[in-house]
Design a protein around this ligand. Sequence first.
Ligand code: PGA
Length: 275
Amino acid sequence: MAKNVYVVGNWKMYKTAREATDYIESLAPKIEGTKGMIYLSVPYTSIAPAAHYAKETNIVIGAQNMNDARDGAFTGEIAGLMLKEAGATFVILGHSERRHIFGESNALIHRKVLRALQDDIQPILCIGETSKERDAGKTDEVLKEQLFSALDGVPKEDAEHLIVAYEPVWAIGTGKTATLKHIEEAHLFCRACLTELFGKKQGGAIPILYGGSVKPENVAEIVDQKEVNGVLVGGASLDTDTFAEIVQKIAGGGALKKTTTPKTRKPPIRRKKKE
Ligand code: PGA
């Protein structure tokens, strides 16, 4: 496959630190030969050991959430700088489980995106419509609202550090993958929104990944669709054989891209927004 693709695994609340290091030891040889980086989003307690074990491999480690403040009296929360020091290079933000189980609003996700950029952690912004919204013909409206609110005030020069993941809520963990037509239409729409936000060059270069019941059997045809630049894999990332098969199917030729998180960056411009 000619195009550059991203593969991100999202373990959710699975695997202890011990299991995480066993996993990396098992996965690394199975994905050797793919030139770029595989992203693994692991539980907080696994970040440091996983990053240590991933050092000489083509795996980078990230988190699944963070607080929007630099630090503060927020019992039980975790800051971007803490994740970064532990070895995380990226963070998943706005995942549908955060939005729907933990009630995260578009406004909060927006603040988290700005904070991640400020803390030099590459944000993977997740967006997606529920089945109710899809059935009501509101998919585009929801995607636009989620994208525009989360990325409001992000300067053009920071666009190259963003990754967007389109994950229809009804396809996550359900075994129901969206049709190829639906995936392509949604990705084309997201691309149009990103171009409107950041201009043709910067908006056109932001990777848009698909997530929702991705498995070895469907990954190649999904990545073949226009404007699909990779996949975000939940359940099928938990087993190294299955995940390696996904990676080999779409990136066996070594076409993966490297993370672009820079070492230093000015804080993004903030615009005032009501919750
Ligand atoms: P799934 O999860 O692959 O298990 O559907 C995707 C996700 O939650 O990112």
